[in-house]
Design a protein around this ligand. Sequence first.
Ligand SMILES: *[C@@H]1O[C@H](CO)[C@@H](O)[C@H](O)[C@H]1NC(C)=O
Ligand SMILES: *[C@@H]1O[C@H](CO)[C@@H](O)[C@H](O)[C@H]1NC(C)=O
Ligand SMILES: *[C@@H]1O[C@H](CO)[C@@H](O)[C@H](O)[C@H]1NC(C)=O
Ligand SMILES: *[C@@H]1O[C@H](CO)[C@@H](O)[C@H](O)[C@H]1NC(C)=O
Ligand SMILES: *[C@@H]1O[C@H](CO)[C@@H](O)[C@H](O)[C@H]1NC(C)=O
Ligand SMILES: *[C@@H]1O[C@H](CO)[C@@H](O)[C@H](O)[C@H]1NC(C)=O
Length: 477
Amino acid sequence: MRAPSSWTSSRLLVAALALGAKAAPDPTAELTAQDIGDFAAVEFGDRSVRGFPGPRARPSPARTAGRARGLAPAQRYSGGALLRPNPPAIVCYEGPAYDEAACKNLWPQGSTCLPTEEPVGNCTRGLPEYVVNVTSVKHVQAAVNFARNKNVRLVIKNTGHDFGGRSVGAGSLSVWTHNLKDFELIPEYRMGPYKGMAVRYGAGLEAWELYNHMAELNFTVTAAGGRTVGANGGWFASGGHGTLTSTYGLGCDQALEIHAVTADGEYVVANPLALSCKTGANSTTSFRTDDPAAFWDAMSIYFRFSAAVVDAGGVDWSYLTPLGNETYTFSVGMTWPNRTVEAVTEILAPLYEQLQAIGPRVHRLRAARGHALPLPPLPRKNWDDDEVFANTFAAIRVSVEAGYTFHGLAIGATKKAAGWPGREGAVNPAWRNGVLHGILIGLQPKGLTAQEARDEEAAIQEYMQLWRDVTPARART
Ligand SMILES: *[C@@H]1O[C@H](CO)[C@@H](O)[C@H](O)[C@H]1NC(C)=O
Ligand SMILES: *[C@@H]1O[C@H](CO)[C@@H](O)[C@H](O)[C@H]1NC(C)=O
Ligand SMILES: *[C@@H]1O[C@H](CO)[C@@H](O)[C@H](O)[C@H]1NC(C)=O
Ligand SMILES: *[C@@H]1O[C@H](CO)[C@@H](O)[C@H](O)[C@H]1NC(C)=O
Ligand SMILES: *[C@@H]1O[C@H](CO)[C@@H](O)[C@H](O)[C@H]1NC(C)=O
Ligand SMILES: *[C@@H]1O[C@H](CO)[C@@H](O)[C@H](O)[C@H]1NC(C)=O
């Protein structure tokens, strides 16, 4: 990630559906009775909850798809915003849309109609019936109202990536926020005890676009480390973290206002304290050794040091991957906001001393400037006690020895880092004293049967259980 050009403390005025007020037509204008006209399906009404479609749930994908097609009349006056797209991967399948080159450039979305070079059968829909390409509050209100009034499954698809496929729903109506790219710098903003700079931006920006704004305007906001992650949306709402987390907390900790459309179709400007988020110099280092015992000693030392990294305001992200035949690879990158290389070298000195003490079999290859299944972060208590740490590390080690990749993120989203308003927010308290956010990654071979996929899931869950066992609920808070 590019380091922002300055470390000026600025607060993020996040706006989930925020839109600049000046463009014409006014994108913040709300849906009116005149807009609704005689299309009663988009009228405002009571809030109610929609079930996830499935064998025991209502409505089923087929039923919700049928109802979603009732939106057809709206196409006439949607101004082109209502789309009925084919599944993107239709270009990989036999038929009039087949396009070999286009097929090679696709990312999978969900698990129906996947991009493939060996297509079997036809590309069934399996995806939203209609997509609203939203550019205004009105669009969102009309979509939410229709879904509620007609009992249609509603999905929100932002931008960036969502490997879990939560942004694709069979037979649904999709609110697609990718084109909400507004961005506005507010030099002076006040809210509660906060006074200073803020930015207001739309849901559809990706992290790389925020970085570009930061570089151009010389300020810093909390953003995802992955450049293609949506700068807002799911990242924001689920405890999104990034390279500034040990300094300024989670993405949602910096939110001053959220502009959103609620399930009853109302457009609200919400105080972030009422919301529940579920949730410098940089260096790259890797180790090499021919001796598995020394390797695991080095790993244990490295991960034990995570607490010192987050305490000093650093963030690291690492991958510990088995290569087979008892060989492993470990790589890690770090970001140290507002720290010089000299300061970071000093912070990391005890780590290198301990690694060197293991013996000459561990080499420091590079220390340079430059560049699933998660659980809440493993808590600090697991670092404070030698025995508990040894058990914690053993759980990670056996998972990797079993063939899975461990992806660790050392981040310290403490209340102190969060500051106001984040420290008073409703974020999952596990983040506040966490040291290491671990993700266990197992690749699923293509073409598994449903039962094979369930068996794979059960196998990885056995290892996740070891992590849960070393993280008893009482230790997490
Ligand atoms: C950056 O570090 C300097 C020196 O340690 C400190 O005085 C300053 O407050 C820091 N800036 C921010 C934004 O944290
Ligand atoms: C795919 O769909 C077309 C048109 O509906 C149909 O003619 C063809 O038989 C289908 N192919 C398969 C393999 O199902
Ligand atoms: C979605 O809307 C934006 C803004 O009006 C437009 O530029 C874009 O082409 C639309 N996308 C599609 C797929 O229609
Ligand atoms: C960026 O902002 C910092 C802190 O306000 C300031 O010291 C620096 O000169 C600015 N840089 C540019 C290029 O404007
Ligand atoms: C593991 O070792 C065996 C026997 O030496 C060899 O055939 C195999 O290719 C090795 N596998 C990997 C992944 O290195
Ligand atoms: C961090 O790494 C990036 C990517 O290699 C580089 O462009 C940037 O200059 C580095 N930042 C610092 C402060 O060294």
